[in-house]
Design a binder for this molecule. Structure first.
Ligand code: NAP
Length: 311
């Protein structure tokens, strides 16, 4: 039997590593693109010798096309500058690293003569911006990003959607809501809270500062989300899908639950720093996951309660 070939942009990241692990387990031949030798995640998952790695710096078009010529069955874009806060300081890097590779990949697929490679882009809930009220967000909601990161994800999403409709290509965006794992760094609030509890418990610190703790997010389990991405590309009708848990929870509640696990009162150890309150932070996101449940039969098994215990 001919083995499937997959290409992963951003293979060194949290999602890239988990997707590589999942695809290798499913007997895919995996090629991963990296921009610098930061293989900590691949090492943690014991993947380093199990995939082919290709170095590409600064979205070099000639090198990307050379790799695409292997005519992969599936291509996943999980790379690019991926921090909302950094995107204000690194606007050009954010737009270039998110949008330029998409343009190169789509043009390549468009010109493929025989079989077309399938393509999935990691989009983000940041494309929606601030949605008023408690209404759940679905794929058709209006999209009004409030950061350069959200805008770059929206531009790529719109290009992919238009190319799919105009040229009938097997390409799509997975609109990912926040997702966590042991590979996530402390730059992100969920992991920061979990690590803070451990530091307080071990008497390493007494107090920790956070920004707006009223904001609400939908947090899921990264490895499950990557299974969702693979399922989307292997479905009958490739389309754009939200991947989330469908549950929303405030940072305040995550604090309460995580500290309670260690019999600690979070109010004694956390203080809100005005400097860390960011005007661009989306107040809440609340996802409607009916479409992916119905069409793809992907249902998340884990939510924030499981994440707190597991991490
Ligand atoms: P991650 O751990 O930060 O990994 C990002 C990957 O992109 C890494 O391979 C990284 O390379 C590479 N990268 C970072 N900056 C880059 C740049 N300027 N140019 C080229 N490559 C760059 O992110 P993740 O959590 O795996 O996320 C995967 C994708 O899903 C990203 O596109 C992200 O925007 C999107 N997404 C993630 C979430 C989430 O909650 N995790 C939510 C919505 C959307 P290095 O390892 O060398 O830094």
């Amino acid at each position: 039997m001919k083995l499937k070939k997959a290409l992963i942009f951003g293979v060194t990241g949290q999602d890239g590593s988990y997707l590589a692990k999942y695809l290798i387990k499913k007997n895919y031949l995996v090629t991963g693109i990296f921009r610098r030798k930061k293989f900590i995640n691949l090492k943690k998952l014991d993947l380093l010798k199990k995939l082919e790695l290709k170095l590409i710096k600064k979205e070099n078009e000639v090198k990307i096309i050379k790799i695409l010529k292997k005519n992969f069955d599936e291509i996943y874009f999980l790379g690019g500058q991926s921090s909302v806060i950094d995107s204000f300081k690194k606007r050009s890097e954010t737009y270039f690293s998110q949008i330029k590779p998409v343009k190169i990949i789509l043009n390549y697929i468009l010109n493929q003569k025989k079989k077309k490679s399938k393509f999935l882009f990691a989009g983000s809930s940041e494309i929606y911006g601030n949605i008023n009220g408690k209404k759940k967000i679905n794929e058709n909601n209006q999209k009004k990003p409030v950061s350069p990161y959200g805008l770059s994800k929206l531009i790529a999403y719109e290009i992919i959607k238009s190319y799919r409709q105009m040229y009938n290509l097997p390409i799509c965006t997975a609109i990912l809501f926040n997702h966590e794992s042991p590979l996530r760094t402390e730059k992100y609030v969920f992991k920061k809270i979990i690590n803070s509890v451990k530091k307080v418990k071990n008497n390493k610190v007494k107090k920790i500062s956070l920004g707006n703790i009223s904001i609400k997010r939908d947090w899921g389990w990264a490895p499950e989300y990557m299974i969702g991405c693979n399922k989307i590309l292997n479905s009958k009708k490739i389309d754009d899908y939200i991947i989330a848990t469908g549950k929303t929870v405030s940072i305040r509640k995550i604090l309460h639950l995580s500290f309670k696990n260690y019999k600690l009162n979070w109010k004694k150890h956390i203080y809100v720093s005005k400097k860390k309150i960011r005007t661009f932070d989306i107040k809440q996101n609340y996802a409607d996951i009916k479409k992916i449940k119905k069409n793809i039969n992907w249902v998340p098994k884990l939510n924030y309660l499981n994440l707190i215990k597991m991490l």
